[in-house]
Design a protein around this ligand. Structure first.
Ligand code: NAP
Length: 296
């Protein structure tokens, strides 16, 4: 069973080591890659994610600055901060942690981020570049999934890849990336969502199944075919009889689906470790690009 597991840790370590080398190279040219993270409000999960991003920056020698703003920050003040970070030549990446409080228009904020500093790849121009097959950077979670597929030599070309979920963060960009006429893509992609009728009829056809819906253990063994490759993006908290009182599980019923799968990512420990590694990679690339340097 162990050999079936697509663990994210070794893949993230490989990416981190490559990013570390790029950061050192940039520093030798007098460029210190810098990421600015903006957190508005007190959402505990967002606060944890921001802390993890800060820690990753420190580990890789990337300069990081976090702006912790109160919940009642006005849209104008946030826009002003983004503009200020856009203009700061020493700052190469801007990440505004989502979700934002309801009184702030997320699209307006994202659209204001300089496209070259958009390390999350949420700006419409960068999204469009993926669709057109000419990406600047890739959004972090889908990029991490591509790296897992590459690392474990899972062939996407010609596969029927079925995605559950069509969010702007995971499902949609994942579909756009894997359908490209490109290496580690060339998949025939089906995207399913909450309005899809008889979802099993699609998931059962999947050579590669990517579950990104946020519903604990939704994908059961009768929904997949023998030999499927399963990428479980979901992170869900369920009640558990342990010290914490909860456990983290994916969108896939791992115990029952794993015996049928040829490969499967566990939760936690699968896709999870990849997202921040790819953010670091995007920040190094953004720093290089803004200084006219092409990284290998
Ligand atoms: N590992 C990581 O680093 C990482 C990163 C990002 C997200 N995640 C996790 O991945 C999961 C998805 O995140 P997200 O941001 O993409 O979520 P999201 O924005 O809530 O989107 C969920 C998607 O799933 C679809 N969906 C919901 N219920 C469904 C059902 N019963 N049948 C079919 N489709 C259904 C929704 O359909 P509609 O569009 O029709 O509503 C929507 O497209 C979450 O658990 C999140 O915590 C993990």
């Amino acid at each position: 069973m162990e050999e079936k597991k697509l663990l994210g840790k070794p893949v993230a370590e490989k990416i981190n080591s490559m990013v570390g080398e790029k950061v050192n190279f940039l520093k030798s040219k007098g460029i210190e890659p810098k990421l600015s993270v903006v957190l508005v409000g007190n959402d505990p999960a967002s606060s944890v994610y921001v802390g993890m991003k800060e820690k990753a920056c420190i580990q890789l020698g990337i300069h990081s600055k976090t702006y912790r703003l109160p919940e009642n920050t006005s849209e104008k003040d946030l826009l002003d901060l983004v503009q200020q970070l856009n203009q700061d030549a020493k700052n190469h990446g801007i990440l505004v942690q989502l979700p934002l409080p309801k009184h702030i228009n997320e699209d307006k904020i994202i659209n204001t981020i300089n496209v070259k500093k958009d390390v999350d790849c949420f700006h419409p121009e960068n999204v469009g570049r993926i669709v057109a097959g000419n990406p600047y950077v890739l959004p972090c979670t889908p990029a991490g999934i591509v790296e897992i597929l590459k690392y474990y030599k899972i062939e996407t070309s010609g596969s029927h890849t079925v995605i559950i979920g069509r969010s702007n963060i995971v499902g949609k960009p994942m579909a756009n990336i894997l359908m490209q006429k490109a290496e580690y893509a060339n998949a025939t992609v089906t995207v399913t969502h909450s309005r899809t009728k008889n979802i099993s009829s699609y998931t059962k056809q999947a050579d590669i199944l990517i579950a990104a819906m946020g519903k604990a253990k939704f994908v059961t063994s009768d929904m997949v075919k023998e030999g499927v490759v399963v990428i479980d993006v979901g992170i869900n908290r369920i009640d558990a009889d342990n010290e914490k009182g909860y456990a983290l599980v994916g969108d896939v019923d791992y115990e029952n689906v794993a015996p049928k799968a040829s490969f499967i990512t566990p939760v936690p420990g699968g896709v999870g470790p990849m997202t921040i590694a790819m953010l670091m990679s995007n920040t190094a690339l953004a720093a290089a690009t803004q200084n006219g340097i092409k990284l290998e």
